[in-house]
Design a binder for this molecule. Structure first.
Ligand code: PSV
Ligand code: MN
Length: 379
């Protein structure tokens, strides 16, 4: 791919931003007030629009229910669209309701299970009202102590609940099953790895796919291999971008293991054209910024994603394949390394100029009156 082609692709590359990335968040220990944090879903939409103004890299805003509950979803949709954006994946929250102490969709108490199913139906209705096509499910159910649950029984209950939910989905809707190996369940988690998500997605319907979150694997897991296999089997439906050092740390995407992120993009490019407007795969930033100012943190993250995506397009895939076939290990690795080491910042500067965007989106944002007003007014 020549530089002009790479520029065109990066120009059209867009990612969904999470509503929760703009609001209050914290660790298990404390959630600090950060200047400028959004206080409701409308302010979150304002912030996403501001991010888009300086990056033109936002495809939609993912929402979390009940965090983003409103009385009138059509009005929320209209508000979002008036800002030049749309509502993306709808994420039901199964981890805060007091009733979910012993699980949600797998709870052995049928009343609680029913409540979790009904809550999900409500999210599907929200999808209809907001024209969202992706139901993004992270189900934390599991156990904290050995003996607490019977693994098989709980898994069957979960599978049964998910069956009822898939039956409720419209034909053009996709359900994503996001796995995570631990937390908040510290002994066992039902959907703990790609294998369990894949197994369920196979047992359910074609419209059920796997979501990979970069913070949800044990140390040392080869995530790019999972991405490759799930894509090959046409079961990779979504991605949550972030970075981690210890566990699910929600660090800035591309900050701690940028080479890993690059290798993941290399695999994604083999199966998807990430520059297309209508993606088969839902690409979402999933970060809660604990101590950083939220809006610049999202801009910074999108910038990291654009840089890494551009580098991954520099790879000569044909040559790489040839080197692999010839078992030229050094050449194959050098092809990847040299693409990774390419300085693509010039491409980004140029495409931003062509789009009438600021060359340095973070600084531009910080200087904007609109941003300064947000900082001053949101107390
Ligand atoms: C869980 O850790 C997760 O990655 C899920 O996607 C949640 O919905 C999200 O974080 C927000 O807390
Ligand atoms: Mn996630």
């Amino acid at each position: 791919m020549n530089l002009e082609q790479i520029k065109e692709k990066v120009k059209n590359f867009k990612v969904e931003v999470p509503s929760w990335g703009f609001g209050r968040s914290g660790t298990r220990f404390h959630a600090f007030h950060i200047l400028g944090e959004a206080r409701d879903v409308y302010e979150k939409m304002d912030d996403a629009a501001l991010v888009n103004k300086v990056t033109d890299a936002v495809s939609a805003v993912a929402i979390h229910i009940p965090w983003d509950k409103v009385d009138d979803y059509k009005a929320l949709k209209e508000y979002t669209e008036n800002k030049g954006l749309k509502i993306g994946a709808v994420n039901p929250n199964y981890f805060e309701d007091e009733d979910y102490l012993y699980g949600s969709l797998s709870n052995s108490n049928i009343k609680i299970r029913r409540k979790a199913i009904e809550q999900t139906f409500e999210c599907i209705e929200i999808m209809r009202q907001t024209d969202s096509k992706v139901l993004s499910m992270w189900i934390p159910d599991g156990s904290n102590y050995p003996g607490q649950i019977d693994f098989k029984h709980s898994f069957e209950l979960l599978e049964n609940s998910l069956k009822q939910i898939t039956n409720e989905l419209d034909n053009d809707m996709t359900m994503l099953l996001e796995y995570k190996f631990f937390e908040p369940a510290f002994y066992s988690t039902l959907l703990c790895d790609w294998g369990t998500s894949y197994m369920l997605s196979k047992a359910l319907e074609e419209k059920v796919k796997v979501l990979v979150d970069l913070g949800h694997h044990p140390q040392g897991t080869n995530i790019e291999y999972i991405v490759s296999l799930m894509s090959f089997k046409r079961k990779l439906g979504g991605f949550h971008f972030n970075s981690r050092k210890y566990a699910d740390d929600d660090l800035t995407v591309g900050s701690l293991n940028p080479y890993e992120l690059f290798l993941i993009f290399v695999e994604l490019n083999k199966y998807f054209d990430l520059s297309l407007e209508n993606q088969e795969i839902s690409l979402v930033l999933d970060q809660s910024h604990n101590i950083k100012p939220k809006i610049p943190a999202v801009v910074q993250s999108l910038n990291n994603l654009q840089i890494t995506y551009a580098k991954s397009l520099v790879v000569d895939y044909e040559q790489l394949r040839q080197a692999q076939d010839e078992q030229d290990v050094i050449k194959a690795e050098e092809i990847l390394k040299s693409a990774y080491e390419t300085d693509v910042r010039g491409i980004l500067r140029e495409l931003r100029k062509e789009k009438g965007l600021p060359e340095d989106p973070i600084n531009n944002l910080l200087q904007r009156e609109e941003y300064k007003r947000i900082i001053k007014e949101r107390i």
